[in-house]
Design a protein around this ligand. Structure first.
Ligand SMILES: CCCCC/C=C\C/C=C\CC/C=C/CC(=O)SCCNC(=O)CCNC(=O)[C@H](O)C(C)(C)COP(=O)(O)OP(=O)(O)OC[C@H]1O[C@@H](n2cnc3c(N)ncnc32)[C@H](O)[C@@H]1OP(=O)(O)O
Length: 301
């Protein structure tokens, strides 16, 4: 039976079909233009032009304590990304965190625990939308990963064009869903397989590996590991290298490589939402989430 997906007005305004063609006119006014300073402020997402690099924006996630991807936070990220995408003065974004030690704790478990099906459906649609927005962005997207990034945080990183991870053993990265008693959806899995290969992904997904930096580099889930105080400067250098390529050629190539993966979700978005809602609503899954949330609480002592 089809689910009725009742979206709140803000989310509804934001979420629209994906038919992005690289280089196509976007048909929306440039955001923030006209005053010489482009700063797309929102409570949880700080976006500033990089003072040292023309055409580059730095997007800092600040949803303390752990940058968990709540519906509100996802919505703000989507709005900021859409503004940047539509502002032709920007060619690249560096995504990083403003929460010390945490890039993103992934999806907000409280959006999936004890919620009704309509809420879960709305939430999952926003998760899909953020992934599509980042994964298919026409901009160069560099992840300056300055903290731990499990599950949804790892997906966000994997959706960037290049990942620079700070060399701190606490900053593990991976799709650890099985440790929570849940599973990574097929499109999370596809992105991991594309990045580290089938066999490595098979092991990592089943065992819920969270790779510390040295292992992350070795398996290829990140592209570079650098001292913590060099993450931002390295991301800037990498950005310069990527921006040296003509946009149209890079964008068309990106689309060629990524579109088949994105299309697998685009062709079955509603079914994916229904599968998620059915899965997450199971008593056994809600119980697993409860146990995991309790463990997080107890960890504090
Ligand atoms: C057969 C058909 C199948 C169909 C399938 C379809 C779909 C698939 C189904 C489901 C897929 C769902 C996918 C989910 C992906 C995810 O992203 S799940 C989230 C994974 N995240 C984690 O495991 C990280 C958990 N957090 C931590 O490990 C730690 O918090 C930390 C990040 C290492 C930070 O540690 P630190 O000590 O600094 O902080 P605290 O642990 O004290 O946390 C502070 C505060 O924040 C709360 N919190 C932490 N993480 C989350 C979170 N992800 N969501 C919500 N809240 C979180 C924590 O509970 C503390 O709260 P407080 O006690 O109230 O202060």
């Amino acid at each position: 039976m089809a689910l009725t997906v009742g979206l709140r007005p803000l989310t509804r305004a934001l979420l629209r079909p994906w038919a992005r063609v690289p280089g196509a006119a976007l048909g929306r006014p440039a955001a923030g233009s006209g005053d010489g300073v482009r700063c797309f402020g929102s409570p949880r997402v700080l976006v500033e032009p990089d003072p040292a690099a023309v055409g580059v924006a730095v997007m800092k996630m600040r949803n303390p304590p752990v940058n968990s991807l709540s519906l509100e936070f996802l919505t703000e990220l989507l709005i900021s990304l859409e503004k940047l995408e539509n502002d032709k003065t920007f060619r690249g974004i560096i995504i990083t965190s403003d929460c010390p030690g945490i890039f993103s704790a992934g999806l907000d478990l409280l959006e999936m625990y004890g919620r009704d099906p309509a809420h879960c459906a709305e939430y999952w649609k926003a998760v899909q939308e953020l992934w599509l927005r980042v994964y298919l962005s026409n901009l160069v997207v560099i992840g300056a990963i300055n903290g731990i990034s499990p599950a949804g945080g790892c997906l966000l990183s994997l959706s960037c064009d290049y990942r620079v991870l700070a060399n701190n053993p606490k900053y593990a990265i991976g799709l650890n869903e099985t440790l929570l008693g849940i599973i990574a959806p097929f499109w999370f899995k596809d992105v991991l397989v594309n990045t580290i290969g089938h066999r490595a992904a098979e092991r990592a997904l089943q065992l819920g590996f969270l790779f510390p930096p040295s292992d992350a580099l070795q398996v290829g889930i990140v592209d570079q590991v650098v001292p913590e105080d060099q993450v931002q400067s390295t991301a800037r250098s990498v950005m310069a290298q990527w921006l040296a390529i003509p946009d149209h050629a890079r964008q068309l190539t990106k689309n060629l490589v990524r579109k088949p993966t994105a299309d697998r979700l685009l062709q079955q978005r509603d079914a994916d939402i229904q599968n998620f809602v059915r899965f997450i609503s199971r008593d056994s899954i809600q119980k697993s989430l409860h146990v995991y949330l309790e463990k997080l609480k107890q960890k504090k002592g």
